[in-house]
Write a protein that binds this ligand. Structure first.
Ligand code: TXE
Length: 487
């Protein structure tokens, strides 16, 4: 069968290449993390489809790039409207496929998907001006030219949101796209492909190849005919992709993992601090930006812990389609076992697990209890490795210097959350933190104009606003002399 019905919608299970649906001879099984139910057999791409998709994108590039930002923008704005018209359907499909909360998809995530397309289309039309400035009478003309075929490789934790955060600027910049969504969550990308067709985006401009990283992703990222690779995922995969890209010197943008600190200072509003700390369990802890290391000043540690416990005890775990649910299942059995492995090893080491620490026995399946590890041994695995599940650590500090040393003391630098009641104090701390994004007395406020990415092992480069175009486009400076003109 070439499509499956999810939440009343038809989702094609084949690749989308050159505007056509193409099946593979091999398939793999996709199940829902909510209850393990069978969703469908998905085309399992190989080098054949990966190469076809790059060829289709390459063929489509000259006409798409020549359209210019305004004509491209009109088509992309129509695409954004179609996403808006399909928010309920996309929300339902995503929840079935990756198990995250339906209410979040309806209210926040899918509207954001539409905004990802609209924002970058409008930016290309209105903000990305061809700048010019003088050097001793010579004019420097700066332009952002389309670069070619962009390969986008995306993860499973926020499938369509993270894909469109790349698709929007790549298409607006005039590149054509080959998307490889994560194998565990292929469905919204496939449905989205139909919307691009409905929007009138020409065949070959947007392509989706389904399948596994090692089979499809590896061929795409080492392909000589591509111009850009944008990847969100794990550090080990980023290293493999960097090697694959090296032969062709293909520019890469990497958004990787984190083990971000959430710092609670003595002058903090403890209610706010507890609220922000509990938010770190969002999406069942499968958020790269999560502040999974709570660092609290020792003088307020007990009072904070009490408030945290009080709030965390109210979290409701269950079916992500239920509007009352706060924490759904983990994405997949493999990932569930990985999280459990981290926690079991922490237990074996004698770490103090003061909350959760095990699968939810009542719900069964892929539900893991929200977990808190108190005062883990410095340098131990649970406080240095990215668990990517509902597992937080809490440690105390005495001085700002100690807090900063702990906060900056990992190989990651994706994000940080600072909770303080004093602006000068907060400023002194944020000046010293190494992170791509820092939130002060808030969490997850993300403006598409802002740069986004990670320091240290959390990433390479920044996307967002102009940074996205600096990456996806070929930035060119044409210097024109005042001399030599015959007219
Ligand atoms: O990620 P992978 P996984 C972290 C998190 C998580 C861990 C493992 O710690 O527990 O990564 O997740 C594709 N060439 N994050 O294994 O493997 C793959 O098909 C090209 C953080 O699922 O990095 C998928 O589409 N592509 C992260 C994508 O890479 C390849 C979100 C991500 O998969 C490939 C997800 C290859 N050789 C996981 N191998 C975040 N920053 O939000 C795999 N892929």
């Amino acid at each position: 069968m070439s499509f499956i019905e999810v939440a009343g919608a038809k989702v094609d299970t084949r690749h989308f290449i050159g505007g056509q649906r193409i099946a593979s001879s091999q398939t793999y099984t996709n199940t829902s993390p909510i209850d393990g139910s069978f969703l469908g057999e998905i085309s399992r791409g190989s080098a054949v489809e990966a190469n076809e998709a790059v060829a289709a994108a390459k063929r489509a590039f000259p006409a798409w790039s020549a359209l210019g930002p305004v004509k491209r923008g009109e088509l992309l704005l129509r695409l954004a409207e179609l996403v808006e018209e399909n928010i309920e359907t996309l929300a339902q499909i995503e929840t079935m496929d990756n198990g995250s909360l339906l209410r979040s998809h309806r209210r926040g995530v899918m509207p954001r998907v539409a905004l990802n397309i609209r924002f970058f289309a409008e930016w290309a039309m209105n903000e990305l001006k061809h700048e010019a400035f003088e050097t001793r009478g010579h004019t420097n003309n700066i332009s952002w030219d389309p670069s070619g075929v962009a390969v986008l490789i995306t993860p499973w934790n926020a499938p369509l949101m993270l894909a469109t955060w790349k698709i929007g600027p790549a298409l607006a910049a005039g590149d054509t796209v080959v998307l490889k969504p994560a194998e565990w969550t292929p469905l919204t990308a496939s449905f989205f492909a139909d919307l691009t067709k409905q929007a009138g985006i020409p065949d070959g401009v947007f392509n989706v190849v389904l399948g596994f990283g090692r089979e499809v992703g590896a061929v795409l990222t080492s392909h000589p005919d591509i111009s850009r690779i944008s990847f969100t995922g794990s550090v080990p995969t980023a290293k493999v992709i960097a090697h694959a890209a090296a032969d062709n010197l293909t520019p890469c943008s990497f958004e990787l993992g984190g083990k971000s600190p959430l710092l609670v200072f003595e002058d903090a509003d403890l209610e706010l601090a507890a609220e922000l700390a509990v938010e770190q369990y969002d999406n069942a802890g499968q958020v790269c930006l999560s502040g999974t290391r709570i660092l609290v000043h020792e003088n307020i540690a007990d009072a904070f812990a009490e408030k945290f416990r009080e709030r965390a005890s109210k979290l409701k775990q269950g079916d992500p389609r239920d509007p009352e649910t706060d924490i759904g299942p983990q994405i997949h059995q493999v990932h569930f076992d990985r999280i459990k492995g981290f926690v079991d090893r922490a237990k074996a080491e004698g770490q103090d697990i003061v909350m959760g620490g095990q699968p939810n026995a009542e719900l069964g399946g892929l539900f893991f209890e929200p977990t808190l590890v108190k005062n883990p041994t410095p340098g131990s695995e649970i406080v240095t490795a990215e668990v990517f599940g509902p597992v937080l650590c809490m440690q105390t500090f005495k001085t700002d210097a100690e807090a900063l040393e702990m906060a900056n003391g990992t190989e990651f630098g994706l994000a940080a959350v600072v909770v303080s009641g004093n602006r000068d104090h907060a400023k002194r701390i944020t000046d010293e933190l190494v992170a791509g994004t820092i939130w002060v007395n808030c969490f997850f406020v993300r403006d598409l104009r802002a740069p986004f990415g990670g320091s240290k092992k959390s990433g390479v480069g920044r996307e967002g606003g102009n940074w996205s175009f600096d990456f996806y486009a070929d930035v060119k400076n044409t210097v024109v002399s005042p001399n030599g003109w015959k007219e």
